[in-house]
Ligand binder design. Sequence first.
Ligand SMILES: Oc1ccc(-c2ccc(-c3cc(Nc4ccc(CNC5CC5)cc4)n[nH]3)cc2)c(O)c1
Length: 323
Amino acid sequence: MTEPPCTFNEVRLMERYESLGLVGEGSYGTVLKCRHRDSGRLVAIKKFMDSDDDATVKKIALREIKLLRQLRHDNLVNLLEVWKRRRRWYLVFEFVERTLLDDLEQNQGGLDLNTGRRYLYQILRAVAFCHQQNIIHRDIKPENILISQRGVVKMCDFGFARTVAASSDGGVYTDYVATRWYRAPELLVGDSKYGKPVDVWAVGCLLLEMLTGQPLFPGDSDLDQIYHIVRCFGNLTAHHQELFHRNPVFSGVRLPEHSARVRLEQRFPSIAPAALDLAQSCLQMDPERRAQCSELQEHPLFTQDSFHIRYLDELNAKIQKDH
Ligand SMILES: Oc1ccc(-c2ccc(-c3cc(Nc4ccc(CNC5CC5)cc4)n[nH]3)cc2)c(O)c1
């Protein structure tokens, strides 16, 4: 169905802003980069498409807005305004200059250790905050890590985020998650009872990608993704092997043998040992054994030279200037 012409309200609403095109070529859904005509301020406006089944769009929009309103933190992209005009929802966010993907494309060999530490420290602050709010992002990847001109990191795109069920048995999630390369083993084998550790796995993948310039596990299918992981870390856990064999998606498929294992330390001999250790704490096959983002901020990668003490003052000054 072709888009109906803008309504008056939408025209009036968008009269306040000049559209500068899609943000990130649509990788966030329909998110427009806009300039506020009066102030010149750049914003990112997410427009929810109205659909025949309006109730579903409304439910999704309200869930996302409720979740975003809980997430106020210096290292999360800020929701500025929410509009509802006729049957359409608009979320207005701050616009941040570039993404980690942009930085990695500019630095094909990877970022230097200090830049990587500065970004990682802020990513850990962002994810730790979300997890303290019992929210899992579920799609942490370089495109969703925004970086301001002064180097302040702001995580974005909570379109797939979910609140972890309060119940002790954890939630049961069956809808779409995570871009494949950053997907934890439990997601790949189809475990519906996953939680915060899926974000920790993605952070481990991000750290090594920042320091090498290359994606850690660039699988070209879910099975290939499992192959990449098993070749590095050995067999899946017994529970994940059972889920794999019970998953109809993989019926008749043999689990990859971890015959020719290439461990992280063999693959990345020149990575700082502290960085490799932190990555390994995130990349545990058993989600229960993975580190928590709150504790990783005290990892020797940050404390061995008091980086975490020196950097906090510098970061807070940058955050103030960015406001
Ligand atoms: O539920 C949601 C939905 C959408 C968002 C969201 C909010 C804000 C943004 C955003 C993006 C952005 N800046 C940006 C800057 C550069 C690029 C891409 N660089 C191009 C390739 C050279 C992409 C994005 N600033 N703000 C993106 C997504 C969100 O944070 C939550």
